[in-house]
Design a protein around this ligand. Structure first.
Ligand SMILES: [Zn+2]
Length: 291
């Protein structure tokens, strides 16, 4: 256990930034000598890294002496440790070994290396992703440029875009599935909206109105879905409500009431969450189960 005092000290010492790439968020405490190799929780055995760098440091097993140098350079001289990592990777033998190691997804590994060598940070990427999401002009763009890549990254299968496809849509903009541990299929439907979700507009055509969204959500559970990949019919298990913007508090309260009444659980993804998922995808972070 790393105590709160030690944690605060380390974050302060690291200027609240990742010692490799300079990102501010999300930061994690990383053991320099791994615990299973006898490392302790003492402050001098910990380096502050962002979640993405931490992930890679563990996956490619960067040795303790390199991590020590990374920490020293950043703490003592305010020089980010990326040069040390790139130098360590420049060893041809090591690189060949890494590249043939099956644990590494070559594509995402290359993305991380590019990320630390071009001196971009998670923060820069997040700003860029937010701007891209704000600039989306339609639900179509949201679905094709943001949602589809994100759900592919999250390893959902059978991704089908139904947006504006007419009859079979029944409120669904996208459908896909995932197999759980028991190999049971869980079907998801996405209700996507390129505006803020609110409760105040008088325009009935407004796609961001809570009533319109809840109407779509209800419909998507009612009609069975005919899946062309699996050649079978299935009912939707979970609806995912997506907005490229935000969901106002009152609308959120209504959603919660609806969930209680219908005994269903909705998943919500707003613009901020989408931006963070886009960055994780681009930086090759190992995917987590967001739902
Ligand atoms: Zn980092």
């Amino acid at each position: 256990m790393i105590g709160i005092k030690t944690r605060e000290f380390l974050l302060e010492q690291s200027r609240h930034k990742c010692s490799i790439c300079g990102t501010r968020f999300p930061l994690e405490l990383t053991h320099i000598t791994r615990k299973f190799e006898g490392g302790t929780d003492a402050a001098d055995n910990i380096v502050v890294l962002c979640a993405v760098c931490h992930d890679w440091v563990d996956r490619i097993n960067i040795p303790p002496h390199i991590l020590s140098e990374v920490k020293k350079a950043w703490v003592d001289q305010a020089i980010l440790g990326r040069e040390h990592i790139i130098w360590w990777l420049s060893d041809k033998d090591r690189n060949t070994r890494l590249r043939t190691a099956s644990v590494i997804s070559q594509n995402s590994f290359a993305q991380w290396i590019e990320f630390i060598s071009t001196k971009r940070t998670f923060d820069d990427e997040l700003l860029r992703a937010r701007a891209e999401i704000q600039a989306l002009k339609s639900e179509d763009e949201l679905i094709h440029y943001v949602l589809r890549p994100i759900f592919e990254f999250l390893a959902f299968e059978g991704i089908t875009v139904l947006h504006h496809s007419g009859a079979p849509e029944h409120g669904k903009d996208m459908v896909f599935y995932q197999r759980d541990n028991l190999n049971t299929f869980i079907f998801y439907a996405v209700i996507a909206c390129n505006t803020k979700i609110h409760t105040t507009s008088s325009k009935t055509s407004d796609s961001g109105h809570y009533n319109k969204i809840i109407d779509q959500v209800s419909k998507c559970y009612l009609e069975p879905w005919r899946d062309n990949n699996l050649k079978r019919e299935a009912y939707i298990d979970k609806a995912i409500v997506v907005t490229s913007s935000t969901i106002v508090d009152v609308a959120m309260m209504y959603f919660r009431r609806w969930e209680e009444k219908e005994r269903r659980h909705l998943v919500f993804l707003d613009g901020e969450r989408l931006a963070s998922l886009l960055v994780q995808l681009r930086l090759g972070k190992e995917r987590e189960n967001v739902f």
